[in-house]
Design a protein around this ligand. Structure first.
Ligand code: PA5
Length: 445
């Protein structure tokens, strides 16, 4: 098993009979998933995706990735939410958060259209100056404002630089197979397109072309990624929480939520986990936070954040629990140097590998936080490989679906995201929103 869940640090918060008592609710939610009769059941395509993916498109993704690697220095990935977080998480986790600064034979990768910022756009444009550029615009709906604005900008850049025909060879579009303006526009313009399947929502789409194309461009073995996800799919089929870690994680979350633990902090111990945390936050936040329910997903990177949020976690409001991801990763070793004069008194650590120090820091923190009244779930990853990443991505997706059903919400919609969009469109003067504009402006007075 590439991913192992440990309940060792939960014993003072959850007793044995609570696991037994929650099993019927787990089994009921499990049936909603496998019988495909729960809310949002038209968005369950991610379940079998690691096996039933479009093999022809998968090969096309690899060919496109090679073409992109050969023809550009800068690859701009345009998308927001589920249309960029998975790719960015995988690239940073498997390569580095400093990927762009590493020596490599793959292009630099920048993410655009994931905010509303003149500064971000201007900076990426500057990075593109004098360099060959390709872009991948990703939008399932094809109508999301942030990526649509960025696409205008980068399409214009490519057309000016290479002409319409040249640009055509450098623009790759991932969107709905038939619907939406982005699809019809791309077909007309002759761009190569990839599909976001109808039955896979944005935040569950990392193992479709949405995530796979940028991840492959970064030089990651996407066959291994899919294999890991598929092995997880096969491993997590039993409804018994004693035999299914993904379900056990969902059960633990539900038990703790009922005890008032309304915030979950995902803890990573390396900066390469930061975007994986962000991916996880969207997955759980958007899936569960509705109908006035849900656990608020937060995240930290230790030991960095022990020096900012550590105090709160140790002694603040006791509505928290932590889920710690521990990655067995000794690819890089670094031994602490010896100092003859021992000025800092650290010679007891001379020659010790920093990985060992990190592990000890983690164990010390786990014990301290548990003593402080914070339940800790521990998830151990065997290594930092594409295979194990695929495994944990699937683990979290499945646990999220089960968790949402246990909570009694539809885990696959996001009605709340529309509220800000409507207000923004009205205030910006989008045709059709005139009455709303007047109403909102009144409120702002
Ligand atoms: O999970 C989701 O569905 C959302 O986060 C979407 O991915 C996000 O809003 C972007 O939507 P689109 O891909 O349609 O541009």
């Amino acid at each position: 098993m590439s991913v192992k869940l440990s309940d060792k640090y939960l014993s003072q918060f959850i007793s044995g009979h609570e696991y037994t008592n929650i099993q019927p609710a787990v089994s009921a939610a499990h049936r909603q998933i496998v019988e495909r009769n729960g809310a949002g059941n038209d968005f369950l395509g991610w379940i079998d995706l690691p096996e039933n993916y479009d093999k022809e498109e998968f090969e096309r993704i690899k060919v496109a990735a090679k073409k992109i690697q050969k023809s550009c220095d800068v690859f701009v990935v345009i998308g927001i939410g589920g249309s960029y977080l998975g790719a960015r998480a995988a690239i940073e986790f498997l390569k580095s958060p400093n990927y762009n600064n590493l020596k490599k034979d793959t292009p630099d990768i920048y993410f655009a259209g994931c905010d509303i910022s003149a500064v971000s756009i201007a900076e990426i444009l500057e990075v593109c100056e004098g360099r060959d550029v390709c872009i991948n615009v990703i939008s399932k709906s094809g109508t999301t404002t942030e990526p649509a604005v960025a696409f205008r900008v980068f399409r214009e850049l490519l057309e000016k630089k290479y002409g319409a025909d040249g640009a055509k060879e450098r623009i790759f579009v991932t969107t709905d197979k038939a619907k939406g303006t982005l699809k019809s526009f791309s077909d007309k313009a002759g761009y190569e397109t990839f599909v976001v399947p109808d039955d896979v929502g944005g935040r569950f789409s990392v193992l479709t072309a949405v995530g796979l194309l940028p991840i492959a461009v970064a030089g990651v073995d996407i066959d291994s990624l899919m294999k890991g996800a598929n092995d997880a799919r096969l491993a997590y089929r039993d409804e018994d929480i004693n035999k299914n870690d993904a379900y056990k994680y969902a059960a633990i979350r539900n038990i703790l939520y009922r005890k008032g633990k309304t915030t979950e902090i995902l803890v990573g111990y390396e900066s390469y986990s930061k975007m994986l945390n962000e991916w996880w936050k969207q997955l759980y936040g958007e899936s569960e936070g509705k109908d006035n329910r849900g656990i608020f997903p937060a995240s930290v990177i230790f030991s960095t954040d022990l020096h900012s949020l550590g105090q709160f976690i140790q002694e603040g409001n006791r509505n928290l629990f932590e889920t710690v991801i521990s990655v067995e990763d000794s690819r890089v070793q670094f031994n602490i140097p010896h100092d003859e004069n021992n000025i800092d008194g650290l010679n007891f650590l001379s020659g010790v590998d920093l990985n060992q120090v990190k592990k000890t820091a983690m164990l010390g923190t786990l014990l301290a936080h548990v003593d402080g009244g914070v339940p800790n779930v521990l998830i151990e990853m065997k290594d930092r490989s594409p295979y194990s990443l695929g495994y944990i991505l699937y683990f979290f997706e499945l646990a999220c679906a089960l968790s949402g059903y246990m909570l009694g919400v539809n885990p696959f919609n996001q009605p709340g995201v529309e509220a800000y969009k409507k207000n923004m469109f009205a205030l910006l003067g989008k045709p059709g929103y005139e009455a709303m504009k007047a109403e909102l402006e009144e409120k702002l007075k």
